[in-house]
Design a protein around this ligand. Structure first.
Ligand SMILES: Cc1cc2nc3c(=O)[nH]c(=O)nc-3n(C[C@H](O)[C@H](O)[C@H](O)COP(=O)(O)OP(=O)(O)OC[C@H]3O[C@@H](n4cnc5c(N)ncnc54)[C@H](O)[C@@H]3O)c2cc1C
Length: 469
């Protein structure tokens, strides 16, 4: 055991582990392609524990990474070589819920879905709804500016965070934003959201709550081609409708979801569009025939409307379980998270299909179409030597997004996986501004180094032993 770990244990007795079981468990996250054994894992129980751990790391120049539930799909929560993992799951209290102000103050380890459950008795809900909502934490959502199916209408996490209490990388504790809907000064809470753990650790988050939706109408529209489903999305928005959600699944994703949860998706469709209208009952009733007409005009050969809440839940269950269900089709898969302008979705899908054929790897598509947010799932078998090819194909898809005027990430963060591409999306001066901000806030570079910004240490990729075990 190193003197640093001994010092950490001295400051936080009973809350630090450096045994193999703990270190192995925390060496990876949802992107299992990368792994790195940490020096130690801190199981923080209070905000003071987090501050203590961060201060010691700063003093000793030891890197740290905050960890919520570890569902990052871009390697954001993978440990840094020679560093510490600060696990936040035990900081899971809802500290205050004010139904009149429609705000809620939570600790970072609170699970996303738990916020809406707590708000439900007051007729309120928390809008950002990542598919991982039943397991991921608000701290992780803040760090990645996470989104979900209904973020088309309501915006991403950034639009729902009013204030933050944060421990900066040097151990100082600050408050950014506040409880007011109209904060004073620069939007520093907004600046922290999406910073991927590079600007410190969120200790408390003040969230905005919204009234519960009065009525939903959920539609399935089946298309003979995936591109046609993609084109329909732009047509619906251009016609002036703003559904709560618009999601697309291709045949492969539907097959996986059907096998896993029997959602009742059409067996002969090549593209499936799930559209959900939501809002006041009268508005939904008026928009329903307009939407049906638009779906038919865009080439849908079959449309269905959920008859009741049970059927609505089933339509969504297929979509929400699609990522894990695709695991049935292949030993491994990579989830990409790029964005293209909504008007170019059809074109992007056709290009991804061509790339999939060129690389000889299957790609399943399931994504938040309304935002132009693609989630191609690249299926591969590392044992058969396909891992590098899968990474290369993922990189080509990111470049395609940049060329089309989109972005290399929609909601999963840049993490480790995409850091090399950030410089392709931004100009040199933009990158320099980001690096200067980083240095100003974290002069010793201890907070999650090697993530988001290019350069820095990197853990071992697929199939190789960790670089510094
Ligand atoms: C099946 C599946 C479906 C998913 N669907 C979606 C989706 O629809 N939308 C979406 O956006 N994402 C989705 N994700 C990705 C992931 O769940 C989200 O990005 C989520 O926000 C990560 O939360 P977490 O608690 O697991 O964070 P972790 O994976 O533990 O950490 C993610 C990042 O946040 C940082 N971090 C964690 N806590 C803090 C904190 N308190 N302060 C500062 N930094 C912190 C970590 O250092 C890391 O960089 C999905 C993942 C899976 C596996």
């Amino acid at each position: 055991m190193t003197p640093f770990v001994e010092a950490l244990q001295g400051r936080l007795p009973g809350k630090v582990r450096a045994d193999s079981a703990a270190l192995d468990t925390f060496q990876t996250d949802g992107l299992t392609a990368f792994h790195e054994r940490p020096l130690a894992v801190v199981f923080a129980e209070t905000q003071a524990d987090v501050v203590q751990a961060v201060r010691l790391c700063f003093e000793s120049g030891v890197p740290f990474v905050a960890r919520g539930s570890g569902t990052s799909l871009s390697g954001g929560a993978v440990p840094v070589a020679g560093g510490v993992v600060i696990a936040l799951n035990k900081l899971n209290r809802i500290l205050a819920l004010d139904p009149r102000a429609r705000t809620c103050v939570v600790e970072p380890g609170v699970i996303n879905a738990q916020v809406s459950r707590a708000a439900a008795p007051y007729g309120l809900h928390y809008a950002p709804d990542p598919s991982s909502g039943p397991v991921c934490t608000i701290g992780g959502n803040v760090a990645f500016n996470s989104g979900g199916a209904h973020c088309l209408k309501y915006g991403m996490t950034a639009n729902h965070v009013l204030g933050l209490k944060v421990v900066l990388p040097d151990g100082e504790v600050v408050h950014l934003g506040g409880a007011s809907l109209e904060p004073a000064g620069a939007d520093l809470a907004g600046f922290f959201v999406g910073s991927e753990g590079l600007f410190g650790i969120a200790l408390e988050v003040t969230l905005r709550l919204l009234p519960k939706v009065e009525r939903y109408a959920t539609f399935l529209a089946a298309y003979k081609s995936l591109e046609a489903a993609g084109e329909a999305v732009a047509q619906i928005v251009a016609a002036g409708l703003l559904p709560g959600a618009m999601e697309i699944m291709d045949r492969l994703a539907m097959d996986a979801a059907e096998a896993a949860v029997h959602a009742g998706y059409p067996a002969d469709a090549q593209g499936l569009l799930i559209v959900e209208l939501e809002g006041p009952a009268e508005e939904v009733a008026a928009e329903t025939p307009r939407l049906l007409a638009l779906l038919k005009a865009s080439g849908a050969y079959r449309t269905e409307v959920a008859r009741d809440e049970r059927e609505r839940a089933l339509f969504w269950k297929g979509r929400k379980s699609a990522f894990s269900a695709v695991g049935r089709l292949s030993p491994e898969y990579l989830v990409q998270d790029g964005v293209v302008p909504r008007t170019r979705l059809g074109e992007a899908l056709a290009a991804i299909h061509a790339l999939s054929r060129r690389y000889g790897l299957r790609v399943a598509n399931v994504f938040h179409a309304g935002d132009g947010n693609l989630h191609p799932l690249i299926l591969f078998d590392a044992q058969a030597g396909e891992a590098a090819r899968a990474e290369a194909l993922a990189g080509e898809i990111l470049r395609l997004c940049i060329q089309m005027g989109g972005s290399i990430t929609g909601e999963h963060g840049v993490g480790l996986e995409k850091r090399a591409y950030l410089g392709e999306q931004y100009a040199e001066a933009d990158m320099d501004a980001m690096l200067r901000l980083r240095r100003a806030i974290d002069p010793r570079g201890v907070a999650n180094p090697g993530k988001m910004l290019p350069g820095g240490p990197g853990p071992a990729p697929i199939g190789e032993p960790p670089a510094r075990a």
